[in-house]
Write a protein that binds this ligand. Structure first.
Ligand SMILES: *Cc1c(COP(=O)(O)O)cnc(C)c1O
Length: 416
């Protein structure tokens, strides 16, 4: 539990090579002083920049048409309106600013779909820090607009060609860079994963979501919500929107994972056609931390899958894994098809095009609203502009000629 030991029940810790220990210890010390003790007014500076540069506070919107549909009150926490279009800036800005206070001169980061890389590149441009982002070769080809965004903000994008050329390899490569450049470099990790103090520190940078939402819902609904729901990949928006509600025993917390195309695992091929780590994973070590992971019988990390790139990760934050084990958080999952339905429904009913990640949580509310109480808080972790092409492909196939079918979809009343 204690952030000082970096242990959350069985999970967490620091499973890193010796070469990284000096950097980790230096970071622990900086986290303690600047973040927890607000030395030199660090947290005040951070909050002021989240407002000026980031556009915080983000609104809490009473979703009128969804509320009518479910005959209960649904409130949307609009992290899609944060600068950059997702919650990721909260963490990226916090870490780059911390690196600056620590006297570091160079920022490195990993990125999968490019969302964390773009948030880090934005924060670096804002703070005048050189930035290098490691990205799998395959992801670079799949996510060209994000590669361009990072370069526009002055970041260098380093292609990673080992393995499958995706997020897992990009993280390992960034760790290697960090180990050889610990003196002047800070590694901005993208979620509540990795060795201590990252899981606790990233949670504390994302905590602003629930600090705001808890106040906002008391003002708007006159009470706390019965349930809080959000998607979980690594779990940073998840821990962010849960953090302040954890002591509120009457508030149910739901982490919605990616059920992908199936929960069945192909052990032989080492493939999990989902990213439902909390629901189906087992205890193991990934990227410096003991947590729940998708692994085969030999402990090899499996290839994961989700229609939403941001949820496509074979591990999960250790604190979230522990909260699920202790029964404080309920882990559920939603498959690709239902997430796509959720994406369309929220777009049509509320005029909010959510990230495919967030659409998973919206889809869970559709199916289960009767069990979620009278007041529901649904976190919209990001906007869906980045997913338009994926949705088009998934819904209508690659043939752009078929795009007008979107109208047919609306005419049929969508997924009523
Ligand atoms: C990256 C991302 C996620 C998943 O990351 P977490 O660390 O699980 O929050 C969810 N939603 C959006 C919009 C993202 O970009």
């Amino acid at each position: 539990m204690s952030s000082h030991t970096g242990k959350f029940g069985e999970y967490g810790g620091q499973y890193v090579p010796e070469a990284l220990m000096p950097a980790i210890e230096e970071l622990e010390d900086a986290y303690q002083r600047y973040v927890l003790e607000n030395e030199d007014g660090f947290m005040d500076d951070f909050r002021a920049r989240l407002a000026d540069f980031g556009g915080r506070p983000t609104p809490l919107q009473h979703a009128k048409r969804l509320s009518e549909r479910y005959d209960r009150d649904v409130y949307l926490k609009r992290e899609d309106l944060l600068h950059g279009g997702a919650h990721k800036l909260n963490n990226a800005l916090g870490q780059v600013l911390l690196a600056k206070y620590m006297g570091k001169e160079r920022i490195i980061a990993e990125t999968g779909a490019g969302q964390h890389g773009t948030a880090t590149a934005m924060a670096c441009a804002h703070l005048g820090m050189p930035c290098e982002v490691y990205m799998g070769r395959r992801d670079i080809n799949r996510q060209r607009p994000n590669v361009f965004r990072m370069r526009l903000n002055g970041a260098e994008v380093n292609p990673v060609t080992v393995g499958r050329g995706t997020l897992k390899e990009a993280i390992s490569e960034t760790m290697r860079d960090w180990a050889t450049n610990v003196e002047d470099t800070h590694y901005v990790i993208g979620s509540v994963v990795g060795p201590h103090p990252f899981p606790a520190m990233v949670r504390d940078f994302q905590r602003v979501i629930s600090e705001e939402a808890r106040e906002q819902i008391r003002e708007k609904a006159g009470r706390l919500p019965d349930s809080v729901l959000t998607c979980a990949g690594g779990g940073s928006n998840t821990m962010g929107v849960f953090a302040e509600f954890i002591p509120d025993d009457d508030v149910d917390l739901y982490a919605v994972e990616a059920g992908g195309s199936s929960l069945e695992v192909d052990e032989e091929a080492g493939v999990a056609p989902n990213s439902a780590t909390l629901s189906t994973g087992t205890e193991g070590v990934l990227h410096g931390s003991r947590t729940r992971v998708l692994q085969d019988r030999d402990g090899q990390i499996m290839e994961s899958h989700s229609v939403s790139a941001g949820l496509d990760y074979a591990g999960v934050g250790p604190e979230l894994a522990d909260l699920v084990d202790r029964g404080r958080v309920t882990a559920v999952n939603v498959d690709d098809d239902h997430a796509l339905e959720g994406f369309h429904r929220l777009s049509q009913l509320e005029g909010v095009i959510p990230a495919l990640e967030s659409a998973h949580a919206a889809a869970y509310v559709e199916e289960n609203h009767e069990d979620l109480g009278e007041v529901i808080l649904l976190n919209i972790s990001g906007r869906g502009d980045k997913d338009l092409e994926t949705v088009l492909e998934e819904t209508h196939g690659r043939d752009i000629e078929n795009a007008p079918e979107i109208e047919t979809f609306a005419e049929t009343g969508g997924f009523q």
